[in-house]
Design a protein around this ligand. Sequence first.
Ligand SMILES: Cc1cc2nc3c(=O)[nH]c(=O)nc-3n(C[C@H](O)[C@H](O)[C@H](O)COP(=O)(O)OP(=O)(O)OC[C@H]3O[C@@H](n4cnc5c(N)ncnc54)[C@H](O)[C@@H]3O)c2cc1C
Length: 396
Amino acid sequence: MTGGRLEADVVVVGAGSVGSMACWQLASRGLRVIGVDRFSIPGPFSAYAGESRIFRKVYVEGGHYTPLLQRAQDLWRELEKISGTRLLNTTGAVTIYDEHNPRLASLLAAAHEHGLDSRLLRGDEARNTYPEHLIRDTDVTVFDPEGGYLSSEKAVTAALMEATRLGVTFLGGRKAHSVETYDDRYIVRTEHEEIIASRVIISQGNGAGAVCKELGVHLSVLPQVLTWFPIADRSAFSRADLPVFLRRAEEAGRSDDVQFYGFPSADGWTVKAVASVFLDEVESMEKPPTWDASHLDSIRAWVREFIPGLIPEPVRVATCADGYLPDHTGALGTVPGMDGVVVAVGFSGHGFKMASALGAVAADLVLDGTTATDVGFMNPARFLGPDARLTSLALS
Ligand SMILES: Cc1cc2nc3c(=O)[nH]c(=O)nc-3n(C[C@H](O)[C@H](O)[C@H](O)COP(=O)(O)OP(=O)(O)OC[C@H]3O[C@@H](n4cnc5c(N)ncnc54)[C@H](O)[C@@H]3O)c2cc1C
């Protein structure tokens, strides 16, 4: 330890997607905050790396996410105003499902339950609207007009810049090791210092394996390969209002349940198009995982078949990983037995769109013990027995 002992009102461990937003929210409420991260920001192996993340309001994962998504959308707009940067690009999001896909019904139910606008098209009408995609006679397209994409690295940087402007101390390049009770407060030990605070937020993303173990659940750290393909047919991709798109592989007669998705071109000559194919589980992303050409097979085949205007050979490849919980639902709430310690982890491949709200909810919970946004379904105590009480947490 080199940095001695520091004090704060709140320590945020992990200043990535959710932690950066929590730092911003806490600072705007007047708290003295220290944010700690094992990387600099933007971190190359954090879950938000690789340019962009999809934002959707019509949410196949369930209408219970709608209040969070609404709060997130409002906060992204607020952060855009503060930073003077476009962060949430509302291009619309089109999901293409086979008419027999059971997910189609869930998607429409999620929209109807919350009165969200969603437009259904098929046949020639769909082909004329989305000429960049192959649309088959059995396909149904569902358009979410409030969908689009977030510039993820820009958004995290914007939140942290605002947080530091408001007085947050950001300590990068050090790992946090543990949090323990310390009289009526907590002590967070990092590689370089000890920090005493009355409240702690733990938002470690793919580094949350140790804390999840304490919470009685395994966090799977699953890397994915991101790919960018060159545009062959410029006319198909020149429209300024191209929507983000999602499709599932089972429709193409494949047995794997892979999701394909992509974004409008950010640079005019490539399109980021990705298959949710996971590499082998890793313990941590401190060392980049390896991949080989076979990991690109699904996405190449899909691009060749469904997006004929792209050259089906990627010119850019990146890897990054999220942490997945068994029920694919994040854990957000107070740690049983540790009042004032909130975890926000395990967002299982779909947390960025709501990261601004997750950070704000973590701030609500750590300050007031409660929040107006319904996140009961993310209760971190669901994995431990009802009587479990913790007094310390390993963080690495
Ligand atoms: C390939 C891919 C595509 C995705 N696509 C989408 C999408 O389209 N839409 C969407 O909504 N979501 C998407 N997601 C999911 C989303 O990106 C994540 O759920 C979200 O970014 C997780 O945020 P986080 O704050 O939990 O983690 P991170 O943003 O990774 O932040 C965690 C931070 O904690 C730090 N940390 C970890 N351990 C320690 C430690 N011991 N000490 C100090 N610091 C530590 C890390 O360095 C990191 O900066 C995708 C994820 C991946 C991997």
